[in-house]
Design a protein around this ligand. Sequence first.
Ligand code: SF4
Length: 628
Amino acid sequence: MAYFPYDSYRKGQVELIESIKSCLADHQNMVIEATSGFGKTVSVLSATLEVAEKFNLSILYLCRTKREIDRVVEEAKKIQAKKYFTFSFLVSKADLCFLYSNRKLDAHAISILCKYSISNDLCNYWNNCQLLEPNIISTLVSKTDNLSSYLLTTKAHHICAYEVAKRSLFSSKLIISTYSSMLQDPFFSSVDLSICDPSKTILILDEAHNLYDIISGLQSFEIDEEDIEDSIAEAYRLGLIDLARKIESLRPLYNRICYLVDKISAHDRVIVRSELNKYSLNEIALLQNLLAKYVKSTVGTSFLSTPYVIGNLAKIYVFINYLFLYLQCENILMLVEGKHGRKSLVFINVDPSDEIHAFLNKFRSFIMMSATVGSPRIYHQILKIDPTNTRFYYVEPQNLEQNVLVVVDKGITTKYKQRSQQMFDKIARRIYTISESLPLNIGVFFSSYAMLSSTMPIFCSYNTHKPIFKEDPNMTLNEANKLCEQYKSHKSSGAVLFGVQGGRFSEGEDYQDGEMRAVIIVGLALPPPTKRLFLRMGYIKRTFSQNAFLVAMLDPAIKKAVQAAGRITRNSLPSVVFLLDSRFGSNLIIEMLPIWMKRTLIFGNLDESSFIQVLNNSFPIFMSNLNR
Ligand code: SF4
């Protein structure tokens, strides 16, 4: 246990660390489920560092969000204080570039502009990096506390944050990154062998229950008629007349594909292929090659003083790439969606399991961890994980049974068909009753922003004395950090944080002792019944013979609720989870809950007259510890 930084172990940590070490030594993989607060990150890191040292390996640690990188850096620094090792992190240029990141350009455009700036000697941040000694580079990164302080330090030294982080990767034992930074490139070609050779690297996937949806989201693409018109205009503006005419001739093909996909069949590749053949597949391939020339570099123009990055034509290039992918890959499907009166053609990867499988198998071993892995049967089959070389490890939570109560409110439903003003009033009243009765920090996590927006104003009209905080989907990282810190600072008197299940405050955010002692889950976050969802469900049914509703709708919704509920598991004092939706009481859903929730679950009516009585009767230890 050379790398474990704490004086004592939580129950179960030694066993987990030993198990990881023996699995990795045998080139095996692991899927680990443990509740928030168990110490998964530090256990996994200290075990893998020991194995990495012994077999001369590297570690690549992927988080869901940039905010979660800070948490891993925090643990890495504690470990470093016990036994030194080098670590580094990398997020995209769009986040780290001092020259262009405030221009709201996408990662592709920033990357092109960066290349241009370097080759034309226009970036002093990059020039200054050339003067840095390698040991200064690794010290700069390894000594950093979090991403924000790293950005401040590099900016103060006037050096490129991306370049410094990238260079430090070569000498790092541990690289911390996000899924999207690492996997944005379709089919994962962005894992650079020169940075870390996957066959000599242990891959750690944090919050791995999100992997499937993250990859599916990254491999989706949509285009509409306006995009085609914009690209034609862009080509004419740049004097690329031949190219403009070629794209003009794509218009009828685009409309025909939309018609076929929308009106005839979303997954009949034969009719789409015959349509493309009629147009000429060769012509399309030629256009793709022509576009490739322009979209990978900047263009000098007479009407702009700075170099121009082709944006609209790039979209046509990606569209053609997806058309070819659609013809080749069963899991890439098309649909037509209408938003704000505009129809768009959407490509989605309904089943990225082959790509995930290929990616995972590049690595010497992988470790997936989450508080909500769910059913190993679904997990293994859907992610195509080989059970013969992957160990599923469940950490039995300690003390939660005495310390937690989970109450299902049978008097509330948020079923779509039964939503009404009366229902929102009732929910707001329930939240108010709970928040006024418990002088604690409370987190309220809704099934959607729409539910949150309908309920919160009613709650506010009751004039609660508690400070209220609200998650906003458009918050920057700094704004989110600040809001969360302010909320946590009220732990002695109590505050209410409103957010959504699956949002940044209900997953990946750690609330230490007392920082959130009650969680209210409002509604079951079933995905809305969209064409995309139905396409995916149809695919699951055809391909995996699984219950598509369970896999594509219920399982993700339960995981979001369980993740949100898990925010209270770090408390040393008793805590409560309220499930405001009677559907949580169905046998099917109870069966899918983790053991710690199942064992502590009761049913009750949480209206004003019976709320306190329910808690007094079922959880006196909680009530007697309210003011501590
Ligand atoms: S070298 Fe760094 S600061 Fe300069 S353009 Fe590239 S990413 Fe931006």
